[in-house]
Design a protein around this ligand. Structure first.
Ligand code: FAD
Ligand code: EPU
Length: 339
């Protein structure tokens, strides 16, 4: 186990921000993790940060502590019954590779979540979601290491308190646990989710004769590639803000003033607004200041064209928040973790 010092984090975050870590180490088993944590915790010598694929973080300064890069690997079918397959994936597995593994083995449930960057371990953090599915729909349980008590704790679905881009790990247990593995309850009998967005249209355009989880995955991949910037080409962390949820009455009064406003009614009656529409209406889409900007095709995505600093990106996010507040009286909340 090697501890590196003063290394650039640029290759380790999809925004491509050139922040430095005072110390950096990878762990590929629990003993290594425990040893590294014991070392960082000793006398509160320094802080630590658990890093997955770095696709939902923005470094606004150097990290004055130890970055712990998760390299836990392994995928295992732990149990099956007549209807379901319980598949456990280690936290350091790449999310999309895991999704492809499940599709290849005909385990249904994750296909709509194809091509989301990052690792399995971060997926419950913000209950990742896309194209009508969130991981809470297929989540069974997870194991996490409690940093202070040095114990492995099992979390059930209820324990995680999943919400839209939310879980206990982002709120009350923030920085207290390292997620080690996640078990998903996947299905032997697929239920196809094609009603969201342009999935059905894409499947038709692909000339698919018989619907399958592979066809849905392919369609989702094509849609995502047409809309979202590839971090290998333009630095970004996906949606920078959450889509705001407001009451139906507030939505109706906004609709009178802004008839084009985009919102989707939620089961409880509230309305989820498309933040991208609000941001675009404020004139931000395609905005660029130096190397920091707002994506030309998706106003919800802030980008680093090459050498922007985390602070330059953060500064744009503040201006976006202020203008959406002024024009619509809506508070945008950041989805990306600011470090
Ligand atoms: P990181 O960025 O490394 O970490 C995120 C947070 O989780 C940090 O606070 C970190 O400390 C913590 N963390 C990571 N691993 C662990 C662990 N094992 N234990 C404890 N804490 C941990 N998200 C969606 O929900 N839907 C999308 O459609 C989507 N599309 C995206 C598209 C693009 C192009 C990009 C760049 C991002 C997108 N995202 C999307 C956001 C991102 O992919 C997800 O949030 C992903 O789950 C982050 O995983 P990661 O491993 O990169 O996490
Ligand atoms: N729109 C605009 N301008 C734009 C882009 C979109 O007005 O520049 C409007 C359009 O009306 C469009 C609507 O916004 O119909 C929704 O856009 P899109 O389908 O691209 O989805 P989104 O709401 O912007 C959310 C998630 C994404 C997820 C997609 C697909 C959040 C914060 N974002 O984006 O997740 O992939 O839906 O399900 O919920 C992420 O979390 O990082 C992420 C990319």
């Amino acid at each position: 186990m090697k501890i590196l010092e003063n290394i650039s984090l640029k290759p380790y975050n999809t925004f491509g921000i050139d922040a430095k870590a005072k110390r950096f180490a990878s762990f590929s088993n629990i003993d290594e993790l425990a040893e590294l944590l014991a070392d960082t915790q000793a006398g509160k010598k320094s802080d630590h940060f658990v890093l997955g694929g770095g696709s939902n973080i923005l470094f606004t300064k150097d990290f004055d502590g130890t970055v712990l890069k998760n390299e836990l690997k392994g995928i295992e079918l732990v149990h099956e019954d007549e209807h379901y397959l319980f598949v456990k994936a280690a936290a350091g597995e790449t999310w999309h590779q895991f999704v492809l593994h499940c599709i290849e083995h005909n385990y249904a449930g994750l296909e709509n979540l194809s091509l989301i960057p990052g690792n399995v371990g971060a997926s419950p953090m913000q209950n990742i979601g896309a194209y009508g599915v969130e991981i809470k729909d297929v989540f069974h349980s997870l194991e996490a290491y409690h940093i202070k008590d040095k114990k492995i704790i099992q979390f059930t679905h209820n324990d995680c308190e999943f919400g839209y881009r939310e879980s206990v790990f982002k709120r009350k247990y923030k920085n207290q646990f390292v997620i080690l593995d996640v078990t998903f309850r996947l299905s032997k009998h697929p239920v196809f989710h094609t009603s969201y967005g342009a999935i059905q249209q894409e499947i038709d355009a692909m000339g698919v004769k018989e619907l399958s989880i592979k066809a849905i995955s392919d369609a989702v991949i094509r849609i995502r590639q047409s809309k979202l910037p590839d971090p290998a080409e333009i630095g970004n962390a996906g949606s920078f803000f959450k889509n705001p949820q407001i009451s139906k009455s507030k939505f109706n009064s906004l609709k009178e003033k802004f008839p084009g406003i985009v919102g989707f009614e939620l089961p409880g009656g509230d309305v989820k607004l498309a933040a991208a529409w609000l941001i675009e209406q404020c004139g931000w889409k395609g905005f660029r200041d130096g190397d920091a900007g707002v994506h030309t095709k998706q106003a919800l995505v802030l980008v680093n064209y090459k050498n922007a600093s985390g602070n330059e990106i953060f500064h744009i996010s503040e201006k976006v928040i202020a203008s959406v507040k002024e024009k619509f009286d809506i508070d945008l909340e950041r989805e990306v973790n600011i470090i």
